[in-house]
Design a protein around this ligand. Structure first.
Ligand SMILES: NC(=O)c1ccc[n+]([C@@H]2O[C@H](COP(=O)([O-])OP(=O)(O)OC[C@H]3O[C@@H](n4cnc5c(N)ncnc54)[C@H](O)[C@@H]3O)[C@@H](O)[C@H]2O)c1
Length: 378
């Protein structure tokens, strides 16, 4: 008989929906020792919380996250709120002995992240950060190919995350939906929001980063602030480009911006090794491109692998070969992995400690951009 795994979620925006969908689906597609139960959703207004609870099937609502943490009928707290609230909630949740599933980036900066790591480690509670792109089957498959030595020695790692939604100077900053433009709520701009994803995937696929050299730009210097009603300076980075060295001696090149007209969520990565290269593109997320130099020279060329076969990661759980899955499934995979690991008494990656490594790279990137110097990752 499956044991209950009772979720209390804080925040009901974009990620609130993505995670709720995952909790509802995971038991239908994966064999689990746990029965995931949507116990409570916490929002600041009861009306909004109730509407969300009715849509997604949460049993109850809370309007103060502290109340949620006091409840005995909650096993795990899911933190789906802006970045400036992660630490306070995580520290209190660790004190309350709750399992913590926290959205990325882990924290506003490394110092906060370190405190959060120490809190969960002291409390001995299971924890995880939602860097979901690791669980795109094509990306997980790339990891398998790299670990199996298919690429040989790696020379280059390149990643971009390009968007275009903040070009208008009329766009305000702050408050609901636009907290990402407010440095006090987000901590940073594209570095913590978008590059953090690219960095997490890179650390997973290619190992640690030793030092970085970065430039950032804030193209729109002032915006109306939704919370103060005044025009305020913009403190986030609108764009960031950095190069880096990896511990394995390969070179990295990363770019992110919200000013690349025409691009909505163009997360691409390319890895060039001695024997083979890999390419992946979020807009076509079920494909992995591979160039294998060990192929016969007459037919050698880039091949596009449709990562939908039963032998590909996670795909035996879904439809039949050839039928693809999408963005939302990455969250289902992450919950499934977490619950399977938790049942076996194993940690799930990325843990808080793993996600702290990404935070350290983000901090080094921002610091390098400011000092205009090569900067070591802590
Ligand atoms: N893994 C990913 O791919 C991914 C994608 C988007 C966002 N994120 C991360 O998820 C987090 C949330 O982002 P989002 O896009 O869902 O934002 P969002 O603006 O869509 O939702 C944020 C939610 O937090 C709620 N909230 C704010 N303050 C609160 C408080 N004091 N108590 C309770 N609720 C409160 C808001 O009402 C809203 O429901 C951020 O840390 C973000 O970086 C991760």
């Amino acid at each position: 008989m499956a044991k209950p795994f009772r979720i209390g979620m804080i925040g009901y925006g974009f990620m609130g929906k993505a995670h709720s969908n995952a909790y509802r689906r995971v038991g239908n597609f994966f064999d689990l020792d746990f029965d995931v139960q949507l116990k409570a959703i916490c929002a600041r207004t009861a009306e909004n919380a109730q509407e969300f609870a009715d849509t997604w099937g949460y049993e109850s609502v809370e309007t103060d996250w502290r109340k949620l943490l006091e409840r005995d009928d909650i096993d795990a707290v899911d933190i789906c709120v802006p970045n400036n609230l992660h630490k306070e909630i995580a520290l209190a949740a660790a004190d309350a002995g709750k399992i913590i599933l926290c959205e990325k980036p882990l924290a506003m900066n490394t110092a906060e992240g370190e405190e959060m790591c120490q809190a969960v480690e002291r409390a001995g509670i299971a924890n995880m950060v939602w860097y979901n792109y690791r669980r795109v089957p094509a990306v997980t498959f790339a990891k398998k190919l790299i670990d199996a030595g298919k690429l040989g020695k790696i020379f280059h790692y390149r990643a971009n995350f390009l968007q275009d939604w903040t070009i208008s100077e009329e766009l305000p900053q702050g408050g609901n939906a636009l907290w990402r433009l407010d440095v006090a709520a987000a901590g940073s701009g594209v570095t913590g929001d978008l590059l953090a994803h690219c960095i997490d995937t890179a650390l997973w696929l290619n190992g640690g980063i030793t030092d970085v050299n970065a430039m950032t730009e804030t193209f729109v210097k002032e915006r109306m602030h939704n919370l103060t009603g005044k025009v305020e300076p913009v403190g986030i980075d609108d764009a960031c480009t950095f190069m880096c060295h990896f511990k394995n001696a390969s070179l990295g090149l990363f770019e992110s911006t919200r000013y690349a007209r025409g691009h909505k969520a163009l997360y691409t990565l390319e890895i060039n090794g001695e024997h083979a290269s890999l390419k992946w593109d979020l807009h076509d997320l079920h494909r992995l491109d591979l160039f294998d130099h060990q192929d016969d020279g007459t037919v050698r060329g880039w091949r596009s692998i449709h990562v939908t076969d039963g032998e590909h990661p996670y795909m035996d759980r879904w439809w039949v070969p050839g039928l693809q899955i999408g963005y939302e499934h990455t969250f289902v995979h992450q919950v499934a992995d977490f619950l399977q690991d938790y049942a076996a008494g194993n940690p799930t990656t990325p843990s808080f400690r793993d996600a702290l490594e990404t935070q350290k790279v983000c901090d080094a990137v921002l610091s390098s951009a400011q000092s205009r110097q090569w900067t070591d990752v802590q």
